[in-house]
Design a binder for this molecule. Sequence first.
Ligand SMILES: Cc1cc2nc3c(=O)[nH]c(=O)nc-3n(C[C@H](O)[C@H](O)[C@H](O)COP(=O)(O)OP(=O)(O)OC[C@H]3O[C@@H](n4cnc5c(N)ncnc54)[C@H](O)[C@@H]3O)c2cc1C
Length: 434
Amino acid sequence: MSNILDKISEVPQRLIAPIIAPKTPPTLILGGGFTGLFTALHLSRLHYTNPTILIDREWSFIFKPLLYEVLSGEMNMQFICHRYDSLLHKSGITFIRDEVQSIDLQHRQVHLASGLHYTYSNLVLSLGGVVSYFGIKGAKEYTTPFATIEDTIALGKQLRDCLQRATQSEELQQKKTLLTFAILGAGRTGVELAATLADLLPDWYDSLGGDITNIRVVLIQRGKKILKGDSDRLRQTAEDALQKRSVSVEVMLETEVVEVRSNIIVIKRNDKKEELAAATIVWTAGIVTNPLTDTLSIPEGGRDRQGRLKLTDTLELIDFPEVFAGGDCAVMEHPLPLTAQVAYQQGAAIAHNLQALSEGHSPIAVEIEMRGTLMKLGLNESVAELFDRYEVQGHLGHLIRQAAYIELLPTLARNFKGTIEWISDELFQRCAGV
Ligand SMILES: Cc1cc2nc3c(=O)[nH]c(=O)nc-3n(C[C@H](O)[C@H](O)[C@H](O)COP(=O)(O)OP(=O)(O)OC[C@H]3O[C@@H](n4cnc5c(N)ncnc54)[C@H](O)[C@@H]3O)c2cc1C
């Protein structure tokens, strides 16, 4: 022992100053939607030891598939909005509410609107998408989007306002305009919203003493069919459901929106331009990748045609193995639908690969299971298409959809026995056995 001490005393003083391990740069998760939040929750569950920071510009996570329920009043807002700080309480993950302003992949730096900046060891890009108006004149100014909780509250107010004003309107054309509700875009969001409104509006209007036969819900689609990309069976079920609502949804196919003005949609069909007067015009026609991902300096070929970031099968960026991505801003070799189902599975897989890296192992290839499609097709009515084999409609479909989403809510998932295992084992396998 004395020998060692002697040796140490010979070492020049500046070399025996306490050795401070360099602070490990944190793992940063940008965006706390389905991908980002579920990455964080899974990292916590795996006891990931690297310091981790989740950054989102909002205070709360929003469970978007249930926005229709908030609009209709079937569910309280508190049920689908969860503050990040309470979701991540005691999880070991730090939450920062801030806007990501720039990302420098070459220098591993992220700059925030507040002026804070971070150097990272690993990065998770989970910034989702933004609404796109495809340059259609007036679309941004005169339509209401339906993608956030703020949009949902604004739309709810607008709907009630139109119905109330209609009850007092003496002028026929004005009343018609107030009672015409147009939805632009017949993808899943447009169809679910149209079906919900076609039950909800008559219900509300009836309680105001209005004549529900005056209500029009119009769904406008540029292409030849609704739900492009979904199965024919699901499309048929949705088409039938749209006709069977309290008021039938008028579906206009092969109809192009040329321009939107205040209370007017200019449409083109059969090469003819027409004007449709509607006081409520909802835009559900397009989501494009978050503009921040466009600014990333990545080699040519690193994005698909929609600008989504191309990933390896381990969910890393092709030229930046320390950077993972998932959800609506990214694309795997075999493109998957832009859904919460894909995003949260990718979040879980990213967490496992980050953990593997931290333990000195290689990340593993990720397989996403497409377990089914759940769609709301009216009040208390849904369709659950499971494993492309079984379809459950109506009220039972509604119960399956509610149960699947309620079990996925992150407040429950936090204490989970594995969100993914949970949903597959307890819900889908049981249904498949029905
Ligand atoms: C109305 C509606 C209904 C839907 N219904 C369904 C459904 O029934 N089933 C289904 O599977 N999918 C549904 N989806 C799709 C699903 O919600 C998305 O596919 C999913 O949210 C994508 O997850 P994500 O993590 O990629 O992005 P998001 O969940 O969009 O999360 C992105 C996060 O990044 C944050 N962010 C963005 N930019 C910045 C920035 N610059 N700085 C800081 N933070 C930022 C945002 O605040 C957000 O929290 C629906 C979507 C909508 C809009």
